[in-house]
Design a protein around this ligand. Sequence first.
Ligand SMILES: Nc1nc2c(c(=O)[nH]1)N[C@H]1C(S)=C(S)[C@@H](COP(=O)(O)O)O[C@H]1N2
Ligand SMILES: [Mo]
Length: 523
Amino acid sequence: MGGTSLDTPARTRPAGRVGRVARGALVGLVAGGAGLAVGELVAVATGEASAPVTAVGNWAISITPTWLEQFAIRNFGSNDKTVLLTGVYTTIGMGAAATGVLARARPTLASVLTAAFGVVGAIAAVTRPTAGTSWLFPSLCAGVAAALVLWRLTLLSRKESQPSAESGERRRFVIGALGTTAGALVAGYGGKEWIEKRYDVAKARAKVVLPTPATVLPEPPASVHAKVRGLGPFFTPTSEFYRVDTALAVPRVDPRDWKLRIHGMVDRPFEITFDELLSYRFEEHDMTLTCVSNPVGGPYVGNARWLGTPLAPLLRRAGVHRGADMILSTSTDGMTIGSPVEAVLDGRQAMLAIAMNGEVLPTQHGFPCRMLIPGLYGYVSATKWLTDLHLTTFAASDAYWTPRGYSPQAPVKTASRIDVPRSGATVPAGTVTLAGTAWATHRGVAAVEVRIDNGPWREATLTAADTPDTWRQWSYEWTNAPKGSHKVGVRATDATGAVQTSAVQGVVPNGATGHHTLTVEVS
Ligand SMILES: Nc1nc2c(c(=O)[nH]1)N[C@H]1C(S)=C(S)[C@@H](COP(=O)(O)O)O[C@H]1N2
Ligand SMILES: [Mo]
């Protein structure tokens, strides 16, 4: 930037102030980049989540107000993390550029300020729920490194931009700036790669030998599929399974280091290793998992065959005290999830799962172990990277989402969705096939009805039920569909006979309601 104008006398004067600002901003950015790179290198020792950008990003997630979190999940979906990281980088970049400009006039102040940014990052890091003292270091080192680079490059740059500057001074500045940039790129990317290698669990994951389930679950009948073009499969492929969590860097837990602790209001607290876990009785279970943040008609729902060990026997072994009504589970990244003890002990297939769809859990879905309780939204049941089960009470303990406006308890609400045709699609007049999915996890779906415009509700054809814990697909042949724009709606009835409500409610505090409707153009 400004490289050629340095040697072009005609542009030196009018571009004088602009040139100084641009050079200041550039120096600030180089200093900021050098700082982040140093932070990344230090984080090789202290852990991925302690790196400045990750720590600040995770801190930002933790203070994100519920309305903003809802906005992000609605608009960015599973890209929310990319958007957040872009925001963090942009903020740091703007701060760095501004300090660089300030440094032209006030180098000491600007360097102190830069170091102070490092302190802010260090505080963000050390206040993360699973942080150790060492988490201070990456950001502190980043701040000091950035301050030193800023100081040094600013001095070089000031000399270089004086009217009397000699070519040697220019060269020193250019070499200093380019050299630092190159060094920062090498250190930054090198650090990232090193972290990837050092904390990689792909090999450990590949080595896990899945236990044989005590009883082999037959494949569900082919009739669980509605076999309508455009409708997804009954089991959601793992690669397409929605992901919702607050982890900016996916926790990478080596099973050899993994422990599960069961404690709190119990007679016999204990701890188990992953090998011990594998020696237990394992079962397969088909279950649909859904997120409280799924809007009506939304995509945050998936169905899988899970392999896990039942949770109830573990609670019995611990001897849960009378009065303990909540399991407060914690993940290795400090997420806390509160689930009713009752729901684990009432006979449903609550489990500690280690595999989905026949494969060891992917890291982003909770490797090596996650909790699942059929019938409850993920945020009150499905702890990924599980490491701690604390028996307590709803009166005494709050899980992560409770102070953020979500209900402490949240059974999955009956929901139904039109997947075919897509909203706004144009279909030929005549017979139009409508199809979709419906779930009332753990109660089961008993009926699905469809309504065209404001006509009567008409019964759709349901596919075979797998378990009450899985969704059901449905289809409906709309005969003699007339040309024009039509509104199509759907509703389900659960196995208790309760009809899905038409009352529109948002996601907060315990799940959206209302009918999924869409407009279809018949031509
Ligand atoms: N550790 C951890 N576990 C978590 C979460 C999280 O943020 N952190 N999110 C929960 C929520 S809100 C949901 S809906 C499910 C989603 O599981 P999935 O990403 O495997 O689909 O995980 C649950 N378990
Ligand atoms: Mo969720």
